[in-house]
Design a protein around this ligand. Sequence first.
Ligand SMILES: [Zn+2]
Length: 444
Amino acid sequence: MKIFNSYTNQIEEFISIHPRKVNMYVCGPTVYNYIHIGNARPVVFFDTVRRYLESLGYDVKFVSNFTDVDDKIIQKAIEENETELVISQKYINAFLDDLNALNCNTDYLQPKVTEYMKQIIEFIEDLIKNDFAYDVDGDVYFRVDKIKDYGKLSNRNIDDLISGSRVDINPKKESPLDFTLWKKTEVGINFDSPFSNGRPGWHTECVSMIDNIFHEQIDIHGGGMDLQFPHHENEIAQSKALHNHSLARYWMHNGRLSFKDEKMSKSLGNVVFVKDITDKMPLRYFLLSTHYRSPLNYDEESFSMYVKEWQKLEMAVKSLFLKLDLEKQYNDLIEIASPEILKEIDNFNLAMSDDFNTANAITSIQSLIKTINQSLRQKTNYNHLNQQLKAIMYMANILGLKIQLIPMNSEDRNLYEQWQSARSSKNFSLADELRLKLSQRGII
Ligand SMILES: [Zn+2]
């Protein structure tokens, strides 16, 4: 399997640090608002990475944090006259609802910054002890010029960075590039520390949580492309300072999602929240339809095409299952032996092993759907139909595309027969009514 490693800027063969085990960390949300569909892109993509790695037999330890200490949360708490804890819990719950609706696994370690404060403070103390950080009147900064290849991940040059940062010189810093590890403050939620009452900087939160949870270099660190600099660059700098490694062996970054070719942002008023999209599976399908490193553009018109495409796909699979279920021929234990179907699965796996090319993987799904639709029109070979169903469910499951196949009970069968006879006697209003009932039960 090959992965594009942002750190080395090249496609590399994936070799896990420990055999059959993958440790991965993805930067999670700052919980002060609902997530928009741009935020959902890494969430859905890295959930898919985990699913595919697990399908290959890896035991994946997946960790993604909640940033629940942040200026934006404090601001929101002031605006809504609430505590930071109430605000962050509200949006953590909303985030988990969105994850469930997007069929993302939620059963993973979700550390909160507030729960790791002791470890974060110790991590900063270690950096000071090793001379990589300094305390000025209760503010602690990281000494960037002690890190030789600072800028490697984001392909930035130190001199350019310095000249670019001249405008905003903080007299407390030794160098304009030095970043905050601890900020002394009495505004909003703050914590007692040997430096001052204050709170940690975002860049030190993720790296110290990784350090405390994994205790070693991890396999994969993921996040959006916009986190490469300064967030991930600064995580790497701290890891190099204390452990002399780049924190993760593979750094993976997904491209940006734009809205009608503009950045999705609140100031532009073009934010689409995940919670406001009715069709969550088509959204997942849309987010995976483009390779994760490419930019993705959202607008209502093109999204509605994905919704239609998804409905066709779902209908084909449900019709296939319905046919087998009606004839009591559904067989989950069937072995896939047909060379054409095995070829489709091969193509799917090849695409996924090629730096998680979900766009090509979806092409395999569409091709199999075409075959399914053809076989549904032809003379029935149950064995073949069962193999097709098994193959399409395998692919859908790896991409996390949920298609519910509900076996009919006797009541459903009754409704189904009534529907068929209403159709053949051209009683369309009754047929529509029965059709709606069957669709509400998830049968068709
Ligand atoms: Zn992070």
